[in-house]
Design a protein around this ligand. Sequence first.
Ligand SMILES: Cc1ncc(COP(=O)(O)O)c(C=O)c1O
Length: 462
Amino acid sequence: MNSQINMAKDWWKESAAGIPKLITETPGPESLRMHANTTKYMKGLSGQVKLFPVCFEEGHGITLTDVDGNKYLDFSSGIYVTSLGHCHPKISEAIAYWAKKLMNAHDFTSPVKEKLMEKMAAILPGKLNAIQLYSDGTAAVEAAIRAARAITNKHEFISAYRDFHGKTMGAVSCAQMYRGETHSYGPTRAAGFYMVPRPDPYRPLWTKGDGTIDTDAYIRFYETFILEATVGNVAAFVLEPAQGWAGSIFPPDDFFPKLKTLCDKYKILLYDDKVLAGMGRTGEWLTLNHWGVIPDIVTFGKSFGNGFPVTAMVVSEENGPALEKISASSSYGGNPMACAAALASLQVIEEEDILQNVRKVGDFFMKRMLKMKDQHSIIGDVKGKGFLLGIELVKDKKTKEPFDEAGKLVYQKAFRKGLAWIPAGHILRMSPPLIMDEKYASMGMDIIENAISEVEMEFGYR
Ligand SMILES: Cc1ncc(COP(=O)(O)O)c(C=O)c1O
């Protein structure tokens, strides 16, 4: 029956009716009390929480409810995590089933693990089908580094400025080191890990005669770097397909195909860290599908289990035997609840035609953001694909000076108006649940645009 199919797809709409619905000032009194009490003990919270100390107690679909009873439209998916909506009934039921039946069996196979392996192998392109399961993104990244060493018998790694890959030693060594007060006590980069600039079309380092970004110049620099700066033992290039944390920055379309050719020339593996971009967020199973590139290693996290901690590291079949050298055993990796969450999430993406929705509503988002860019003097650039989006705020469109103060204020104002979201700097990052339709996409963009207009007034731009 058709209504049943719609019920399955529209499960989130009833709880979304009437949002945003604010019944107190936000953050409300109970949020402020609870936050103050918690932070007597809990230390080191993120900038987002410090700027807007709300406490949530319920999430359903695209709706978040705080402890004062205020209802918010979700433009964050946790933090790129609950991509199929909070507490998707099919996924919650799958987790609950195994929570009552078998919670852990080390890395022995369970019926649900068998099904997940088959599903992943069927979905992933090429012969990406040698898999290990972990329970956070960073652990999967560390496994990918071990895998690259095991496959190539080489030990050097090249990654890119402003990428983020996690907070343990290997992951940190592949990423931007934080300076200043936040994170400045972290480890320095391990030996053999190098960073190179990565093409950002809005802030190109190398341009062609017509002023557009010159991807060949980046690739030429990488080649020189491999030959001059390394000892010729580069195991892998470690890259996010699009830089999430740095602000939804996508490279030009020809970048990854050219990089893959360079990697193949020097027998360097291309490792695609998809922990943040997840399956489907850009409208393809893998973001690299947009550019026809199949990576040698890929990691999944965040949305992989739609909120249940489950992550994966995958290499191609021909490199699978090398994974025998790096044990997949971990305390929680691949437990039955985790496998059930991941399997149900992949099934939901197919059954609810999520990729199609992401492409359709993603086009709407981009058109709307381009219009906003024309109408607002502090919007320097808009960027993204599908539901991985960013609006870059600048003090001056010519100098492109980042406008951090405006970013923080827009974040707070939009949150106060009922939009739960994630920016923390001058790029307004958005990561709405992939189930969202145009009605709510438009509602969220209206809230953001109002907040930008107010901030422009406050800073004398209107
Ligand atoms: C690209 C990327 N890799 C790895 C990680 C680390 O994942 P986790 O926080 O689950 O350890 C993140 C987290 O934001 C990420 O964005």
